[in-house]
Design a protein around this ligand. Structure first.
Ligand code: GAF
Length: 385
């Protein structure tokens, strides 16, 4: 962490020719369970991870925002008065979209100073670990502080989501920004995406001799295109036909009626969401009452539901999950929006290298590119460093 903090401070000085005034950071997240339930106003159980995006910031005495990053060649620049989703492009739409979105939530952008921002990150991009929410959350807490806006974390999560929806153009839910802003060491964030009430659930991985292994397939995905939006549209159609405001209003008892009224594909999409909500609730109870050794079957069932009902898995994710399960994982599932990205496996610490060797071997045997594997721990949410 101190390395990347030094990097952004140095990057800021090199880019803007002066010292920064402060450094803020926000973590990526991994979703333990509860996939595609957030925009259906259901339940999710992600946790913030020990990989962070760090922002160094210095105020300006004009109304200009400039953003630079280790992952971009150019410095993006716009005056605050001109901020609008259609004027934001490329990676800078994430940080600048947050500035715009703060205004949408009532910040008086006419009265705030400009700022220079330099951003660096240790959250892998494209792995389904919310590198985008980490940028949004880090910038949101930084601007909230220096502009003295006083927004609470729930509102900042909604700010990040709005930036992603309108400035980036990805119709995502509220989970990722919430995890990045509300996370705590060794805890998951149990979030009701309708009321936005949240509570922290102890994970107890270390006490149980377990670790969470990320298996990044390297298969790229984007939530701004194709499948993610199509799944969201199917869910909305299912809710319309079943005459509920959102799929959150359904329970497993409603599934027989849903089967009668919906075409097979829409029914399976709905069944995933309804059963996944129940799995989140069951996982929270299992963690609280019995600890992490009790959640393996729920993780496995979540993967099957995403593979067969929601159809958002890919062969690489299925292979990662099956190989981990066959080699001693307590449970495994793909995580995030799907169509690529990473799988998670909850594994006994002493069995990690065996699983890694088995996954590497299986990928080679199938002619898939070598995956990247690493463990993550639950970390604290966005903060001024
Ligand atoms: C992505 C989205 F950004 C989240 O809002 C959520 O819908 C997730 O996919 C699927 O659970 O991470």
């Amino acid at each position: 962490m101190s390395d990347i903090r030094d990097d952004v401070v140095a990057g800021f000085e090199e880019t803007f020719g002066r010292a920064s005034e402060g450094v803020w950071s926000a973590p990526g997240r991994v979703n333990l369970i509860g996939e595609h339930t957030d925009y259906n106003l259901g339940f999710v159980l992600p946790f913030a991870i020990n990989r962070r995006t760090v922002v160094a910031l210095g105020l300006r005495d004009d109304g200009v925002l400039r953003v630079a990053s280790e992952f971009a060649d150019e410095v993006a620049e716009i005056s605050i008065a001109e901020l609008a989703p259609e004027r934001l492009h490329g990676w800078s739409a994430y940080p600048l979209g947050v500035a715009w979105a703060l205004g949408q939530f009532g910040a008086d952008l006419a009265g705030v100073p400009g700022a220079d921002l330099y951003i660096a990150s240790t959250v892998p991009v494209g792995a389904g670990l919310s590198s985008s929410a980490a940028i949004e959350s880090a910038v949101a807490v930084a601007l909230n502080d220096v502009w003295q806006l006083g927004f609470d974390r729930q509102t900042l999560a909604r700010v990040g989501q709005l930036a992603e929806n309108k400035a980036v153009g990805a119709p995502t839910g509220i989970m990722d920004q919430s995890a990045s802003l509300l996370g705590r060491e060794d805890h998951a964030v149990f979030l009701d995406c309708r009321s936005l009430e949240s509570s922290l659930v102890p994970l107890g991985f270390a006490e149980a001799g377990l670790e969470l292994l990320i298996i990044d397939t390297g298969v790229s995905h984007s939530h701004a295109t194709g499948g993610y939006a199509a799944r969201r549209a199917s869910c909305e159609q299912g809710a319309r036909i079943l005459e509920v405001d959102s799929l959150r209003d359904l329970t497993v008892d409603d599934l027989p009626r849903a089967r009668n009224l919906l075409d097979d594909e829409t029914f399976r999409r709905v069944r995933h969401v309804v059963t996944e909500n129940q799995r989140v609730l069951d996982t929270v109870i299992a963690l609280r009452e019995s600890g992490p050794l009790a959640i393996g079957e729920l993780l496995d069932a979540s993967h099957i539901s995403m593979r067969d009902d929601f159809e958002i898995s890919v062969p690489e994710l299925d292979l990662a999950v099956e190989t981990a399960q066959a080699n001693g994982a307590i449970g495994a599932r793909m995580t995030g929006g799907g169509f690529g990205g990473a799988a998670i496996a909850l594994v006994p610490s002493e069995g990690i290298s065996r699983i890694q060797v088995a996954v590497d071997g299986a990928f080679a045997e199938h002619g898939f590119a070598q995956p990247t594997m690493f463990t993550v721990t639950a970390a604290s949410g966005a903060a001024r460093d």
